[in-house]
Design a protein around this ligand. Structure first.
Ligand code: NAP
Length: 271
């Protein structure tokens, strides 16, 4: 049995579908309820209460672990999973673990790789689904406010991260691997907004924000330290962060999907 954390999210939801389609029985962990594919059961759990997750882990041998808040008690979550019989963990980390040598991410990765015999670390760059932050303003005013309008990065489709996670949970070939995951080509925010407008069949205006304006806006939804790191990656990416990674195809067994593909599947959020 496989436990999926973050099961209501951008990665967790398609991962549930992929695992149940492969015939696996799956426990979907999240605080909120979710409509489930056949073969999955829901466990209402909070990652802030690791010991309370023990019934979700009981009888399972594999875990997809997402840590959506760096303040969560990673060591206790991993220890509860290991003590309950989990042998394989596929960890969602971030490209920043390598490209910025981020100590919080490094520590999280070491907690996992030092605890269970079988692990895979997924290190995605920015998600295509981050564009959903613009959905409300596109719906209401056909406008996007974003910083660094002409800095291009290769966004990864979260459905491709889910596909890589499914492969790592189901196949032995990915054990002990670190995979940097991103999309097939760099796309600037201006190009992303144009792609959304094209799919809508109506122009969408991009209003470029300063870093300070963006910091003030994003700090309303994310911790300030997370916002600073995000703006560093968006505004002054390293050479490594700008380039598509050859790991992505190794992890997926195919080429990753591009941003226009993600837009086509998610355009209803912007109508
Ligand atoms: N966005 C990016 O560009 C990017 C890049 C690299 C790495 N990442 C990593 O991706 C993850 C976030 O991705 P996302 O923003 O796309 O996530 P998301 O889809 O919004 O999903 C977050 C999931 O976490 C669950 N969750 C949140 N707090 C929880 C808690 N205390 N206990 C149990 N479940 C909890 C949520 O479910 P409930 O609310 O129902 O509990 C939801 O299923 C983070 O680990 C981040 O470091 C993101």
């Amino acid at each position: 049995m496989i436990v999926v954390t973050g099961s209501t999210g951008n990665i967790g939801r398609p991962l549930l579908d992929a695992l149940t389609a492969a015939g696996e029985s799956v426990t979907a962990v999240s605080r909120n309820p979710i409509s489930l594919p056949e073969g999955a059961r829901h466990f209402a759990g909070n990652l802030n209460d690791p010991e309370g997750l023990e019934p979700a882990f009981r009888g399972a041998d594999r875990l997809f672990l997402m840590i959506p808040d760096p303040a969560l008690p990673v060591s206790r979550i991993v220890e509860t999973a290991r003590a309950s019989g989990i042998r394989r963990i596929v960890l969602l980390s971030s490209q920043r673990a390598q490209s910025r040598q981020d100590p919080v991410l490094t520590s999280m990765e070491q907690t996992v790789t030092g605890s269970v015999p079988e692990w895979t670390v997924l290190r995605p760059g920015g998600f295509a689904s981050n564009a959903l932050l613009w959905a409300e303003s596109v719906r209401s005013t056909r406008t996007v406010r974003a910083p660094f309008a002409d800095v291009g990065l290769p966004p990864i489709d979260p459905a491709d991260i889910a596909a890589a996670a499914a492969a790592a949970l189901l196949e032995d070939a990915h054990v002990g691997r670190y995979y940097t995951l991103n999309g097939p080509a760099a796309v600037t925010p201006r190009e992303q907004v144009a792609a959304i407008g094209h799919a809508l069949g109506e122009p969408v205006e991009l209003v470029e924000q300063t870093r300070e304006e963006s910091f003030a806006e994003l700090s309303r939804i994310w911790p300030p330290a997370v916002v600073e790191k995000t703006l560093d990656a968006l505004g002054t990416p390293t050479d490594e962060e700008r380039k598509p990674s050859s790991d992505t195809e190794l992890a997926l067994g195919r080429a990753p999907r591009d941003f226009t593909d993600w837009v086509a599947r998610n355009i209803d959020a912007f109508r």
